[in-house]
Design a protein around this ligand. Structure first.
Ligand code: SOE
Length: 377
């Protein structure tokens, strides 16, 4: 029987659902030494927390996160609340000697992120940040192909993350999901919310970023604030594009917006190497496009690899070859990897320190966007 690892969930939104689903599924599909037990969920509204607990099978409910953190029957605290609350909670969890898992981005900015890193490292507690896209099998396969040297020297990295859900001018800032439009809760706009994903994947696949030059725009300058009831200036970036130089000499372009009409979550990256190129697209997430110049010229062309065979990353744990999995499985994989690492006493990436590097790139991007100057990361 796997040993129990008791989860205290803070938050009951979209991400709390994605993580809870992963905790519930993981032991059915991955042989593990530990099993998450859904102990308690915490949120400001007791009714909503209770509804969440009943739906997902949490045993208990709290409305004060400090109480949850102090409970003797909690081993892991999972932070799924707006970004402005991450730091205080994460530091309290570390000081209580508990495992801390934090939704992305790590923090409002890298100053906060550094404090969080120092706290978990001082306390010596296992920690991880939920950059889930790394664990989509096709993305993990991309990492494997790059690490095997199949692409050769990398020349270019290109990433876009496009959405269109904030175009409506009468959308308020603040409240469920819309806290992402409020700089006081989110820290930044698309840079911290979407580009953070693209940057995390890029650092993992292609190494550190040396410097960036960026531009941002806020298209809708004022929105009603749900807390004050007044029309307030919008301080987040609605769109951001930046150029980057990686330590390995490759050049990159990154673009993100919530104003790309027709795109709901078009996360795409393309990497061009000396021998081969790869493309991955979230809307076709189980496929990896691969072009290898070394192929016989008569049959050379883009291959569309259907990443479902059992020897492909994570897929041996799911169905039979040819049958696909989805977005939610990336979270199951992240929990599985975390529990495997935990059993061995190993940290699992992205740790707070890994996520701090992403945060530092985000900060450099926002700094550069003030005047377009190149900023070192
Ligand atoms: C924003 O719309 C959002 O939900 C992000 O917050 C998530 O991190 C991303 O994966 C999908 O889009």
């Amino acid at each position: 029987m796997p040993k129990p690892l008791r989860i205290g969930m803070i938050g009951y939104g979209f991400m709390a659902r994605a993580h809870s689903n992963a905790y519930r599924k993981v032991n059915q599909f991955f042989p593990l030494e530990y099993a998450p037990v859904l102990k308690a969920v915490c949120g400001r509204s007791g009714d909503k927390a209770q509804e969440f607990a009943t739906n997902w099978g949490y045993e208990d409910v709290e409305t004060d996160w400090r109480k949850l953190v102090q409970r003797d029957d909690i081993d892991v605290v999972d932070i799924c609340v707006p970004n402005n609350l991450h730091k205080e909670i994460a530091i309290a969890v570390a000081e209580a000697g508990k495992i801390v898992l934090c939704e992305k981005p790590l923090a409002m900015n890298s100053t906060e992120g550094a404090e969080m890193c120092a706290a978990v490292e001082k306390a010596g507690v296992p920690n991880m940040v939920w950059y889930n896209y790394r664990r989509i099998p096709a993305v993990t396969l991309a990492k494997q192909l790059i690490d095997e040297g199949r692409l050769g020297r990398i020349y270019h990295y290109r990433a876009v993350f496009l959405q269109d859900w904030t175009i409506k001018e009468d959308l308020p800032q603040g409240g469920t999901a819309l806290w992402r439009l409020d700089a006081a809760a989110a820290g930044s706009g698309v840079t911290g919310d979407l580009l953070a994903h693209s940057i995390d994947t890029a650092l993992w696949l292609n190494g550190s970023i040396k410097s960036v030059t960026a531009m941002t725009e806020t298209f809708v300058k004022e929105r009603m604030h749900t807390e004050t009831g007044k029309v307030e200036p919008v301080e987040i970036d609605d769109a951001c594009a930046f150029l980057a130089r990686f330590d390995n000499g490759s050049l990159a372009t990154f673009e993100s917006t919530r104003y790309a009409r027709g795109h709901k979550a078009l996360y795409v990256f393309e990497i061009n190497g000396e021998h081969a190129s790869i493309i991955w697209d979230l809307h076709d997430m189980h496929r990896l496009q691969y072009f290898d110049h070394r192929d016989d010229s008569l049959v050379r062309g883009w291959r569309s690899i259907h990443v479902t065979d059992s020897d492909m990353p994570y897929m041996g744990n799911w169905w039979v070859p040819g049958l696909q999995i989805g977005y939610e499985h990336s979270f199951v994989h992240q929990v599985a990897d975390f529990l495997t690492g935990y059993a061995k006493g190993e940290s699992v990436s992205p740790t707070f320190r890994d996520a701090l590097e992403t945060q530092q790139v985000c900060d450099a991007v926002l700094e550069s966007a003030k005047d377009g100057q190149w900023v070192e990361c």
